[in-house]
Design a protein around this ligand. Structure first.
Ligand SMILES: [Zn+2]
Length: 415
């Protein structure tokens, strides 16, 4: 696909060069097509080249651009936030005129319906989003999770960003680190996008059902009149709740919550008044709810530590961070990255020690957090019901997407 785009770009640029050549000639005459082609070959050759790098796990834009020989600082200055979120599999294309020291254009091809472009204007780079032309068709599809959501969704062509989006739909219901059972099944109505060259990929998710063990969750996407898209239950209840199930999107509990208990051998109290979430150093930590930062700094054995105060006497704590991204007194919103996983303080390896307190008493966050729902406004109901009654029957027809890669991984995981 990218090769095709490069060829098209070069053809247009070459034609542009030729057109000015014709206009400059003293006696412009109507030329037959064959003669035009001949003249084009006589025009001085314009040379362009494109270099491409596929984003790997852990890549950041700055080092990646430097490795491609590009002026990273200039590109990042013009990018705003456009290069903040690059995902494995994204492609960075740099378009160069042969003699220039900097690319005249950067194209970041995400697995989305737009390409991000940074174009050199002569003094700086400016960012813009360019739609990728696609035909859109709706598809009902199912994914069965045998080992992890990540492997199951990757196997059927979901990008990292789309898996996170899928997890976000149900993040108030299920902690994907601990609560997704083997055999959990997602049924989705999604957009299937087909490009001019026939390549296909997955677009937006419109509706989803998750069957997780004995529990079923239904989520329907609805865009309210003010333009905000959100997820709603069958009855129009919002699925956005006051607390996220976990401050980390994908990890596992390496040590659970326990109340104070006297240890007979060590002769001391061995309470673990939080849960430990294992995750790689540098993994973003999200505020589980809107709140105010009441602590942000070094806290002895807790290392780099953040504490947030939320509504109704609730507090959350985040310890052993490699970096703190918020200041004391700041307001944070749910889902906002507040710091990164580390191993500072009394810690044997990278993990997040996560605490949840109600009126000063530590509780097990995995059990005690009971979400609250906000309903859809009355003025939105009619539109919502039309959309719901269209997609629910489609969800019933969902057929399994191929899960070849996941099945092979699972055969070893189950032993
Ligand atoms: Zn801990």
């Amino acid at each position: 696909m990218s090769t095709t785009r490069v060829v098209v770009t070069m053809a247009v640029l070459a034609l542009g060069g030729f057109a000015s050549f014709v206009v400059a000639s003293p006696t412009p005459i109507e030329q037959p097509a064959a003669a035009v082609r001949g003249a084009a070959q006589l025009a001085p050759p314009l040379r362009y080249r494109t270099t491409t790098q596929v984003v790997a796990a852990g890549d950041n834009a700055g080092p990646l651009l430097r490795s491609m020989g590009a002026p990273a600082a200039e590109l990042l200055a013009g990018a705003g936030t456009a290069l903040n979120n690059i995902f494995p599999g994204d492609q960075v294309h740099l378009d160069w005129r042969d003699q220039d020291e900097r690319p005249f254009r950067l194209r970041l091809a995400h697995d989305t319906a737009t390409t991000t472009e940074l174009v050199w204007t002569g003094t700086k780079y400016t960012a813009r989003k360019v739609p990728v032309p696609y035909r859109v068709a709706e598809q009902a599809a199912a994914i069965t999770v045998t080992s992890s959501l990540w492997s199951a969704a990757t196997a059927v062509g979901f990008s990292a960003g789309q898996i996170i989006e899928l997890a976000k739909i149900f993040e108030y219901d299920v902690d994907f680190n601990t609560e997704l059972v083997a055999g959990a099944r997602f049924r989705l109505v999604l957009d299937r996008l087909t490009a001019d060259d026939g390549s296909e990929r997955i677009g937006d998710i419109r509706a989803a059902i998750l069957d997780n063990g004995k529990k079923q969750y239904v989520a329907i996407r609805h865009r309210t009149h003010d333009g905000t898209a959100g997820w709603y239950g069958k009855d129009g209840a919002s699925r956005r709740k006051s607390f996220l199930r976990s401050p980390i999107e994908f990890s596992r509990v390496s040590s659970g919550f326990s109340t104070g208990r006297y240890h007979p051998i060590l002769h001391r109290m061995r309470a673990h008044r939080g849960v430990d979430l294992a995750a790689a150093s540098g993994t973003p930590i999200r505020a589980v709810a809107d709140g105010v930062v009441t602590k942000a700094g070094w806290a002895g054995g807790h290392g780099n530590h953040i504490e947030l105060r939320h509504d109704n006497g609730t507090v959350t704590g985040y310890s052993h961070l490699s970096s703190i991204g918020v200041k004391r007194g700041a307001h944070v919103s749910q889902g906002q990255t507040i710091g990164k996983v580390g191993s500072t303080g009394q810690s044997t390896g990278p993990h997040l020690h996560y605490e949840y307190l109600v009126n000063g008493v530590h509780k097990d966050p995995m059990k005690a957090i009971v979400p609250v729902q906000k309903p859809l406004a009355e003025s939105e109901r009619a539109d919502f019901l039309v959309a719901r009654d269209r997609v629910l029957p489609l969800l019933e027809t969902a057929t399994e997407l191929a899960v070849a890669a996941d099945a092979s991984e699972n055969s070893t995981a189950e032993r």
